[in-house]
Design a protein. Structure first.
Length: 183
């Protein structure tokens, strides 16, 4: 047993670090959601901001978009040219995906400064790509509502999780390159 622990020490360390960081960040995010009262920013600040920025991007592309609070659930209705096309819920704000990204990078962390810079840059990039995917999905739903399932269940996750996967691969390869230089 001791030999296995020694042999797989780095794998065990990665898994434990990932689980710990993911757990702490997810718990903090849950607290944030639990204590968001929705009186100033409905349903919560991050989701509201995502909805407003998606609305602005759609308007800049020539669509007449606006958002409004959903009366029956904690979400924002996204309306294009007076047609209700989508709702922006808490899961659309990309924070849970950013938590997953951060957990992986920290679990595979290298030197402090590059890790912090990569975490910040990667988080901003994920957020920006998330806005892009909401806009693409909204335009797709406006023009092709019968393609709702493929747009939301395949294209939508492929964009955001594909970006996270690419960022992870860049991080691992960069980290491996740093490790080789240090050896």
């Amino acid at each position: 047993m001791q030999a296995l622990l020694v042999k797989y020490k780095s794998v065990i360390k990665f898994i434990l670090t990932f689980v710990l960081v993911y757990g702490v960040l997810s718990f903090g995010y849950k607290l944030y959601l639990d204590y968001s009262d929705g009186s100033t920013y409905y349903p919560d600040y991050a989701t509201n901001l995502t909805a407003k920025q998606s609305e602005s991007l759609l308007n800049s592309l020539g669509y007449d978009a606006h958002i409004e609070p959903h009366p029956d659930e904690p979400s924002m209705k996204l309306i294009i040219n007076d047609k209700y096309v989508a709702r922006i819920i808490e899961g659309c704000n990309s924070l849970s995906v950013i938590i997953l990204f951060i957990s992986f990078v920290i679990a595979f962390a290298g030197r402090l400064k590059p890790t912090i810079i990569y975490l910040l840059a990667g988080s901003v990039l994920i957020y920006a790509v998330n806005l892009f995917r909401i806009v693409v999905l909204s335009i797709g739903l406006f023009h092709y509502p019968w393609r709702r399932d493929i747009l939301h269940n395949i294209i939508f996750p492929l964009i955001i999780y594909g970006m996270v996967f690419l960022l992870w691969m860049v991080w691992v390869n960069r980290f491996a390159a740093l490790k080789k230089q240090d050896a």
